[in-house]
Structure formats: C-alpha cells, structure tokens
Write a protein that binds this ligand. Structure first.
Ligand code: ATP
Ligand code: MG
Length: 352
C-alpha cells in the first residue's frame, strides 16, 4: 500500500516536490512513495488533468502530497480539462471537507512580517475552513436579465447539520492536541446559516467536547482580531466563504507564500490531501529558486495527520526551524539559496 502519493504537477511543483523526496529519504526511508503526473502534465500525456487511475491511486493511498498545478501553457484548454479542474476533481473525489491552514511564525522570520514583531513572534494558530459546502456550491445560483434591462445575480448559502458537525469535530479534535481552544466564526447576527452553525457547534461541544474551551466570534470581528491580536487564537473553525478570506489574511501575517503549507482532510481514516498554498509560480518556474519549505511543511502535516508519525513530524518541524535559524534563505525570504540548497539545509539540520 502506498503511504504517500506524490503529485508534483506543474511549474515549480516538481521542483519543490523533489526536495520533499530528498527530505523523506533521510527522515523516513521506510515510507512507501508513489508518484503520478497531475494537472497540465497529465493533460499533455493523457488528455485529462486527473485520470481515473490517478484518482483511484489517491483514494487508496494514506496521504496525497501535491506540488502545484496550472500555468500559461494551458490557458486555452477547455475549462473542464484545465489543470485547475483536475484539482477540483481530486478534492471532490477524495471528499476532503476540512481545510487546515496554519498561520505560524518561525522565530528566525519574525521580522519578515508586515506586522510588528511582538504581534507575530510565537504566532501559531490554525484555521479550519469548511471546503465542500456553503455559498460556493449552493443552489440555486444564476444571473438573470430583468425586464428593466438590469440584471440580478443569486448565490445561495446552504449548510446542513451534518456538514457543520463534521468540520467542527475536526476543529475540536485538533484543539485537544494543541492549546485546547476553539473559536467558531460566523455571522449569526444576520444569517440563518450562521445561526444554525452556532447551534450545531454549541451542541457538539456540549455533547462531546466540553473539555475544550469554545468561543463564538462574528466573522467581521474575527478579521479584525486576526490583524490586531492573532496570538489569542489556537484553532478557528469557519465556513467556506469566511474561511477563504480569513485564511488568506492569516497567511499574510507571517511573510512569504513560500513558507505556508495546508492540509485538506476527510472522514477519520480517509487519506488527506496536502499541498503548499502557493501556485505553480510560472514567473520563477525552471529557475531553481522556488522556496521548497511550504512543500516540506505540507509533508510535515501529512506525517502528523495522515501517516500517524508525529514523532517524525516534530523532528522535521524542528529541522526547518533550525535551517532558518542558520540563515538559510531563498530569494523570496531575501536570501540567495537555490531550491536544492534550501532542501539541503533541512537535510543537514535533520542529520545534525
Ligand atoms: P495560483 O492561481 O495557482 O494560486 P498565483 O499566480 O495566484 O497562482 P503563485 O503561483 O503562488 O500565485 O505565485 C504568486 C507569486 O508568489 C509569484 O510571484 C511567485 O513567484 C511567488 N511564489 C509562489 N510560490 C513561491 C515559492 N514557493 N517560492 C518563491 N516564490 C513563490
Ligand atoms: Mg493564487
């Protein structure tokens, strides 16, 4: 059985995934790896960004680690054959409904944030975003022309008890392994779906997670607090739309896109999908200067959340911190190391 399926994808994807391979060979040589073309690469080879075989391989692996997909080469391709369609198909096919986006500040990079050092130093919180429901998927949705000649557009926010409960459960479980605190963000003051969200989270908390500290927060206030005092948060759970916005805001607290991993989880025991939050970065692809840390930290999350190897995850996290402390910097962090040299710095720290 495959432990980790690698889908390097396009652009800088293969460059950063190569560094994950290097790190894995040292940290976890017993791990069973597999690798398949995905996105534009798969389209070029098979006419499909995600083949049925690749989806099957993803569903039967313990975890999937993706690089990035897309690029200018495929912009003319039919919408349903584009690399990005392959990613949506993979998420849907794997039924990963909880998106974990850490906002964390590595000590050696505390000055790289646009915020003051004291606001971000030691920052470590996790946004859990509902990923497969809400207003991005709700029906009806349409744009119609009115008799007046003007237009009317409709999107619909839909959430069921089951959808809210399963993502809240992920947040509570996470919090138990962290600082035991969950903030649930919604707009229950103006939205019925927000009211249901609050009710379901409150009920689940009372029934199964009363040991965890729960606070409800309105999403607009959450946005303000993330910028003002982000260290008050441990785990924040929220819907698809608010999570999209809040997680991007939180990501910017800590500097480069090249440092940030993510995970998308489904039901307990089902494989998780891990990927750096950055894209295929066509502007730097092929130059060997991409920062591989986001991909390496995505691997760290896979070890922790899908492969039951938190011992190795801890070692890897410490090695990344150590490499940064030793001054290892790719150009996005103001340094001059190549992608491969940054990977080497992590390997060196692992071996020290
Ligand atoms: P997508 O639509 O796929 O998210 P995007 O254009 O929004 O792509 P990225 O591809 O992530 O965003 O690139 C945004 C900018 O950040 C680019 O200038 C890119 O070079 C830079 N960037 C992204 N990832 C990295 C990385 N790992 N290392 C260094 N720079 C990066
Ligand atoms: Mg983007």
């Amino acid at each position: 059985m495959t432990d980790l399926l690698l889908l390097p994808g396009d652009g800088i994807g293969p460059e950063v995934i190569a560094e994950v391979r290097k790190v894995a060979a040292v940290l976890a040589p017993d791990l069973a790896l597999d690798e398949r073309p995905f996105g534009g690469k798969s389209y070029d080879l098979h006419g499909e960004p995600l083949t049925a075989e690749t989806l099957e391989a993803a569903k039967s692996a313990k975890a999937v680690l993706m690089g990035a997909v897309g690029g200018p080469k495929w912009t003319g391709v039919a919408r349903d054959k584009r690399p990005e369609a392959g990613l949506l198909g993979l998420r849907a096919g794997m039924n990963v409904f909880a998106n974990l986006r850490p906002a964390l500040c590595f000590q050696p990079l505390a000055d790289a944030s646009s915020l003051k050092r004291e606001v971000v130093e030691g920052l470590d919180f996790m946004i859990v975003r509902e990923l497969t429901g809400g207003i991005y998927f709700g029906e009806p949705r349409f744009i119609e022309t009115l008799p007046s000649g003007g237009k009317r557009a409709v999107d619909t926010q839909v959430y069921t008890t089951a959808e809210i409960e399963r993502v809240a459960r992920v947040a509570f479980e996470l919090a138990r392994g962290r600082r035991n605190k969950v903030h649930s963000a919604e707009k229950s003051n103006v939205m019925d779906s927000g009211l249901l969200w609050r009710e379901v989270v409150t009920d689940l908390h009372k029934r199964e997670y009363s040991d965890v500290q729960l606070e409800h927060i309105l999403a607009d206030n959450a946005a303000m607090q993330i910028v003002k005092n982000p260290k008050q948060f441990d785990v924040m759970v929220t819907d698809n739309l608010f999570g999209d916005i809040l997680s991007d805001a939180a990501a910017q607290l800590t500097g480069s896109l090249g440092m940030l991993p993510s995970a998308a989880l489904g039901e307990p025991g089902a494989p998780g999908l891990y990927e750096p939050i950055h894209g295929s970065a066509p502007d730097i692809a092929g130059k060997g200067v991409a920062n591989p840390m986001a991909a390496i930290l995505s691997f760290e999350m896979a070890l922790r959340w899908s492969l039951s190897r938190s011992d190795l995850a801890d070692r890897l996290f410490a090695a990344v911190d150590k490499a940064l402390a030793s001054g290892a910097r790719t150009p996005d962090l103001g340094g001059a190391l190549t992608t491969a040299q940054m990977g080497d710095a992590v390997v060196t720290a692992l071996q020290a």
